[in-house]
Design a binder for this molecule. Sequence first.
Ligand code: GLN
Length: 212
Amino acid sequence: RPVVGVLALQGDVREHLTALREQGADAVPVRRPEELAAVDGLVLPGGESTTIAKLAARSGVLAPLRAAVRTGLPAYGSCAGMILLADHILDAPPDQETVGGLDVTVRRNAFGRQVDSFESELVFEGLTGGPVRAVFIRAPWVEKAGQEVEVLGRIVGGGADGRIVAVRQGNLVATSFHPELTGDRRVHALFVDIVRRHLAQQADSAHHGAVG
Ligand code: GLN
């Protein structure tokens, strides 16, 4: 079973642990560098990105997390987690640190001026079984995405029509919304699948390394 951590400094950690377990992962909270070193993938939950970044720096987990993501650790960020995975953040305090790795520019609280929270049906690329019911809470959107970034979902209609709210770049996935708050587990299933494939690849290259 793949071991998938949830960064457990602040935010809706428990909901992600439950969703991951339902997808067959061994889900564990991660607060410290030793715990990070023991996982095959990591979820960065929703919450308050400024607070999570501060606590991560203080606990010493931020620097090793940055390094792990850059060397291929699969990571999934929802809402605040999307902000933390972004290389560039708009409307953040000037000293806000980030994990980065995703070649995107994210705007914090992007929908906030009109509405704080809303739900919407979203077509999510690659997921079968119809649109995803997406819950947005003081959510960011992706304002700019680099060439390597696959856009998986956009808002349709209203003032935010066309805004990007779900992306993937290699082993990194991010959504502006909170699939952990609905019973729909397809986004977590997609992420656990990425973790499984990554593990299999690593086992494969270790094997060939030993032979060659
Ligand atoms: N607005 C929050 C932030 O900037 C994110 C909100 C959320 O995760 N629901 O971190």
